[in-house]
Design a protein around this ligand. Structure first.
Ligand SMILES: Nc1ncnc2c1ncn2[C@@H]1O[C@H](COP(=O)(O)OP(=O)(O)OP(=O)(O)O)[C@@H](O)[C@H]1O
Ligand SMILES: [Mg+2]
Length: 263
């Protein structure tokens, strides 16, 4: 189980994430919603370690991660979709995924000491990398360099690299943003597949409400850095706080609309 306790970060005087305490259970997909600037990405950065917390703590399966580096957290099982800056732009798509597979513990076990086993292991690693590329429908682009990929393919590759790490916690920050209508379903299918495994802890920041409605077991709402609502999708989406915080409707506007309908 992933847990944050009083997680807070200040940028100058601005409190971007404000004392957020929350638990994320294995086998559960939690959607994190909230308006632009609410602190969703920053919350992810605090969990993954990309941004150090001003206060509060992060635990995974009872072990405290606070203060650990990004790579140490990754080794603990925390999977954050790679940013493009983590990729090797002049290597091919396949080579990038192969390196990610190799970086996992399983990959490390496969590494041998003599040339024959190195060659055999190399073949296994490539096979694994190809399997992952197949899952994200990117086999045709296996030999393209990362730098030459269009935006949508680069985003699919980020997800492929996340899969290669086989984490216990998957964190997706708007995974289909900027993708075409053909590309988005591939990623959503993958998330569905991960979900059907029922052992993974999945966190999904998503603006598209139809996606949230379909995939989320639970929703948390961030607003001005604070956790303002959490619960079952139907109840959270119907709540006044979400109508205001997420959909942008002012309570006054809501109540006057109600009055108008009464009139
Ligand atoms: N490194 C930083 N330095 C200063 N301010 C920052 C930094 N990172 C984020 N912020 C601020 O923190 C707030 C939360 O930003 P964040 O990107 O987490 O929002 P978000 O909920 O992900 O928004 P969006 O839906 O637009 O992606 C914003 O006001 C942002 O300007
Ligand atoms: Mg964001």
């Amino acid at each position: 189980m992933l847990q944050t306790k009083g997680l807070t970060v200040r940028f100058g005087g601005h409190v971007a994430v404000n004392a957020v305490s929350c638990r994320f259970e294995p086998g559960t997909l939690t959607a994190i919603v909230g308006p632009n600037g609410a602190g969703k990405t920053t919350y992810f950065n605090l969990i993954s370690g990309q941004v150090p917390a001003s206060e509060g703590s992060v635990y995974l399966d009872g072990h405290e991660l606070t203060g650990m580096s990004v790579s140490a957290r990754t080794r603990s099982g925390l999977g954050r979709a790679f940013q493009l800056t983590n990729l090797f732009p002049n290597l091919t798509v396949l080579e990038n995924v192969r390196l990610a597979v190799q970086a996992t513990e399983e990959g490390a076990h496969l590494r041998g000491l003599n040339l024959w086993s190195i060659w055999q292991d190399h073949t296994k690693l490539i096979q694994q990398a190809q399997d992952i590329l197949h899952q994200v429908s990117m086999l045709p682009q296996a030999n393209a360099t990362v730098a030459s990929l269009p935006h949508g393919d680069q985003r699919k590759l980020e997800v492929a690299l996340l899969m290669a790490l086989q984490p216990s916690v998957y964190m997706f920050d708007e995974p289909t943003a900027g993708m075409s209508q053909d590309e988005a379903p591939v990623i959503l299918n993958l998330i569905r597949q991960l979900k059907s495994d029922k052992t993974k802890t999945i966190l999904l920041v998503e603006h598209k409400m139809d996606v949230v409605r379909e995939l989320a077991d639970r929703i948390i709402v961030l607003h001005n850095g604070q956790l303002v609502a959490e619960g079952e999708p139907s109840e959270v989406m119907a709540s006044a706080v979400v109508q205001e915080a997420y959909l942008g409707a002012k309570p006054a506007a809501l109540s006057s609309a109600k009055q108008e309908s009464v009139v």
